[in-house]
Design a protein around this ligand. Structure first.
Ligand SMILES: [Ca+2]
Ligand SMILES: [Ca+2]
Ligand SMILES: [Ca+2]
Length: 179
């Protein structure tokens, strides 16, 4: 029961990354995700573009180092789900893989560098993930105090909880909408 919610969340993330439906997340999926995120924030040609591309490249390297068991430079659904499960058990490894990319993506999202992202910026982020139709469902749960902004620290904590909590009632299960 408790494992089911984690698996559903990992599969939702896999489905967004594997947007071409090949059954694997590979470098072309990562490139497409970078392009989508840069486009969603109109960041093409700005200083934020190389920063977020580099952050996602390093994330992909760290992820394949940790999870690509058969060394074919791509992650099958099974490698993805079991690999994320293992990563989430070890807070230090988890943070080493996720904290830098979450930071880089937040910097992209925070268009006025205020240290907070607005609901609208969160919606654009979801659109960049290919998840626009779930953005409002996610926001209702994620912006719990309804103040319309998410801080850098909250964003990382939300993603950590999304990827590590096996509590079926955790509101962060809604980070990517319905799972
Ligand atoms: Ca793919
Ligand atoms: Ca593989
Ligand atoms: Ca801001």
């Amino acid at each position: 029961m408790s494992a089911d919610i984690l698996t559903r969340k990992y599969e939702k993330a896999f489905q967004l990354y594997d947007a071409d439906g090949s059954g694997y997340v590979d470098e072309s999926d990562v490139k497409r995700m970078q392009d989508q995120l840069v486009a969603a924030f109109g960041a093409s040609g700005t200083p934020k573009e190389p920063a977020v591309r580099e952050g996602i490249d390093e994330f992909w390297s760290a992820l394949t180092s940790a999870m690509d068991r058969n060394l074919d430079d791509r992650l099958s659904r099974e490698e993805w789900v079991s690999g994320l499960g293992q990563l989430s058990q070890d807070a230090a490894s988890f943070d080493a893989v996720f904290a830098p990319v979450v930071d880089a993506v937040f910097t992209l999202m925070d268009t006025d560098d205020s240290g907070f992202v607005t609901d609208d910026e969160f919606r654009r982020f979801q659109a960049g993930l290919g998840n626009a139709d779930q953005a409002d469902a996610a926001l209702t749960k994620i912006d719990r105090d309804g103040d319309g902004v998410i801080s850098r620290e909250e964003f990382l904590a939300d993603i950590r909880a999304f990827l590590t909590s096996d509590d079926p009632d955790n509101t962060n299960n809604w980070f990517l909408g319905q799972v």
